[in-house]
Design a protein around this ligand. Sequence first.
Ligand code: COS
Length: 383
Amino acid sequence: MIRDQETLNQLLATVSRFVRERLVPNEERIAEEDRVPDDIVRDMRELGLFGLSLPEEYGGLGLTMEEEVSVAFELGQTSPAFRSLMGTNNGIGGQGIVIDGTQEQKDKWLPKLASGEIIGSFALTEPNAGSDAASLRSSARRDGDHYVLNGTKRFITNAPHAHIYTVMARTNPEDKGAGGISAFIVERGTPGLSLGKIDKKMGQKGSHTCDVIFEDCRVPAANIIGGKEGQGFKTAMKVLDRGRLHIAAVCVGVAERLIRESVKYASERVQFGKPIAEFQLIQAMLADSRSEAYAARSMVQDAARRKDAGENVSTEAACCKLFASEMVGRVADRAVQIHGGAGYIAEYCVERFYRDVRLFRIYEGTSQIQQLVIARNMLRESA
Ligand code: COS
């Protein structure tokens, strides 16, 4: 649902201009330096980007899902590392508190997340629990008015910069499945919390992940999300439903950028006496990419509208994540192909995006997990 088209159009125009004038010219620099410069982070804060999807009463912009994906289509037009930095506050690092947090937790954390004063991070994955998230082994043992956390979380986006971590840990050792898991907000600096070294990734340079390690880390019982044990897995799944739609929208944005780059290159590059864009085999690749990106955009918009209307979009979000992330992989591959030898050279952005987009098929649930979610929901509905 779009609340006010005119206000949204203004926001989209501002974000689009910011992406074009401020972020795109800095893409190579952040890839080389592997960090987003402080002045750009400051500008992102001033634009309200850290609080896009956080409620207005806490200082966010309170975007509906349809509005959020519209903004994500724009943010996707540049290196995913920029979006990643503020993506966790709006998404997996902040939504657990928005969806299931107590009033005190919301009051305490959401205003700082919305302003970008602090960064939130989501710690679900472990060395031995990736796709099978419910098998996680990190433990949280009650001790008076605290819980004592032990375990290791892996590949945690923004962990090196985060001030708070949403941590899923097992409070009931008797229950080895989803029901034994609770979600906690753990503050950086809590004794017993330490970070591993920053992972060397294939792409998305400038966005950082690392291990988060808990060794007898005492967390106040008041920090259990929602104040109740055993709800953490469901909180995580709800957060991921929303996150998957957002990621799908980012995939659409990146695909549209890659298509623009491909059209531009194909129009300029001359072979056999004419621009290669005039050759039908090149046109076929452009047309396939355009059709697929359009399909993904339409899917994401439809799912977002349904979510705003109050429907359960677990299946649709998984469909969007599956299709859009696979789609942008194909679009990036064609973009490199259209660029030929130049596409394999770092001087052209398609080489960087080709590596960047590979992650979309993996994080926030692999393509195979999306397939599993979709098929399971289908079978449940038919039963
Ligand atoms: N919203 C709300 N509740 C949900 C839910 C959702 N989308 N999905 C599952 N649940 C609930 C179920 O209803 C069930 O509750 P009950 O026990 O009360 O019935 C509980 O959570 C357990 O669900 P389920 O039995 O489906 O859990 P599984 O262990 O079979 O796991 C998958 C399901 C595979 C879907 C889950 O482990 C998953 O999403 N894995 C991928 C994790 C991931 O995306 N990791 C990326 C890293 S985080 S960036």
